[in-house]
Design a protein around this ligand. Structure first.
Ligand code: PLP
Length: 432
């Protein structure tokens, strides 16, 4: 049948990419005979590569037993088991999980849970309806979370539709944010003060939550928190009774070498809620989750009131079966250890190969989550103007040993900055 091109693409015309006919290990095979090494796991998703037999079998088994049932009327074993797994993975810190389909949905759910928490308190605080996010954030494409985010090209066309109850403070990004002569401690104090000032500006008891990616992802290119940063901003949240929501849709579920990115020493806080997605189901099915701290769950339960939220595909049994199998493979095959070891090779390799180039400003990341930031001038750190050219050039020139290497050009411009990053985040099964 002649291709009718009925699927709507971003450019409304022709899809710029090739047709993928099969996928094995960490490679995609296209109909024009190319073999592509997926060095970004899709968009930091396919952490087990593309043909993990155990995960495939788990999805098939679930499909043949209970493919779907109404999540409000019935429960399924795979969803119950995945929620248990996720809660247990936090060693008693989180006590409930909501299962959704995508990162955007899950962050929306976290915002609604935060709002509900304050409405259900013994002394309700209905005036809390403002969210503070960060410059350079990306929390998803649906309208609620788009108002938090800061990915200019994706946000600008829809600004008139967005909620006005969100504002942003600087993110922690030493390459861009540290002032000459300032050390990490002083930087952290300054960022915490900026957040405190923003609480004061908005009205300290109007803020529901501060929302941050533990490690900045697609819009800011692996912006790493310095030691003490999250402790300091959490203290500000606590001072004003607001919640801390960490978005680990991109950096979570093993990508940085611990299952949750907030478990690293230098993060050093337990959030009130954490959102995961992408690597949770590794692309074998769309699945995401919000994990809630025990103290929130306590207030919900004590109120005797429910959560006014429902979606057709919540706790989807096939997606849950995929997520559970992925997590069992990571545990049984000790892939977190593999991420740490391979992450060391990747860091050394990237720095040795690229750091001396005049257009490479910074190389940063953790585990198998790395970004290369390009600048027009290394001294002034002036970025190139935003463009998608880099992506196209990488596709044209990224040939090595007979295969192409697919990389992910993040960035594209957010308020106050417009530069290019390259994300390098290969599957956990990558070899040296
Ligand atoms: N949050 C973060 C940190 C993300 O990186 C993304 C996607 O890139 C999202 C949320 C949205 O997830 P999704 O695209 O699955 O809706």
């Amino acid at each position: 049948m002649a291709a009718a091109h009925s699927l709507l693409y971003k450019n409304f015309q022709k899809h710029p990419g090739a047709l993928v006919e099969s996928a094995t290990g960490i490679y995609l095979h296209t109909s024009d005979g190319r073999k592509i090494l997926d060095a970004t796991s899709g968009a930091a998703v396919a952490c087990l590569g593309y043909d993990n037999k155990r995960v495939q079998q788990a999805v098939v088994d679930q499909l043949l037993s209970v493919p779907y049932c109404h999540p409000g009327f019935y429960k399924t074993q795979s969803a119950e088991d995945l929620a248990d797994f996720l809660v247990q993975s936090t060693h008693g810190r989180m006590s409930k999980a909501v299962l959704c389909g995508s990162g955007s949905e899950a962050v929306e759910v976290a915002l609604k849970l935060a709002k509900t928490h304050f409405s259900h308190l013994a002394t309700p605080e209905p005036q809390r309806s403002h969210f503070i996010a960060r410059v350079g954030a990306w929390h998803g494409a649906t309208l609620g979370v788009l108002s938090l985010g800061d990915f200019k090209v994706r946000k600008e066309p829809f600004v008139s539709l967005l909620a006005q109850n969100a504002s942003r403070v600087s993110a922690c990004n030493t390459y861009r944010g540290l002032r000459p002569g300032e050390d990490d401690e002083a930087y952290v104090r300054r960022l915490a003060q900026e957040l405190d000032d923003e609480f004061q500006r908005v009205g300290p008891h109007r803020v529901c939550a501060f929302v941050a990616e533990t490690i900045g992802g697609s819009a800011s290119g692996c912006a790493m928190p310095v030691r003490g940063y999250f402790r300091a901003v959490k203290a500000v949240c606590e001072k004003y009774g607001a919640l801390l929501i960490l978005d680990e849709v991109m950096c979570g579920m093993g990508r940085t070498g611990t299952l949750h990115a907030w478990e690293h020493d230098d993060v050093g806080v337990v959030p009130d809620m954490v959102v995961v997605g992408k690597g949770l189901g590794a692309g074998y099915a769309p699945i995401s989750a919000v994990l809630l701290h025990a103290r929130l769950v306590g207030s919900f339960q004590a109120s005797g009131k429910g959560f006014a939220h429902g979606q057709t595909y919540m706790a989807h049994p096939q997606a849950a079966a995929a997520g559970l199998a992925v997590q069992h493979v990571i545990r049984d095959e000790k892939l977190l250890e593999q991420v740490r070891v391979m992450g060391g090779h990747l860091e050394r390799g990237l720095k040795a190969a690229l750091l001396s180039y005049p257009y490479v400003g910074d190389i940063r990341g953790r585990g198998l989550f790395w970004a290369v930031e390009f600048v027009k001038d290394k001294q002034s750190k002036v970025p190139f103007p935003p463009s998608l050219e880099l992506h196209a050039k990488m596709h044209a020139r990224g040939m090595a040993k007979g295969y192409e290497i697919a990389l992910f050009n993040a960035g594209g411009g957010y308020d106050g900055y417009a530069g290019d990053h390259l994300l390098v985040c290969p599957p956990f099964i990558v070899t040296e």
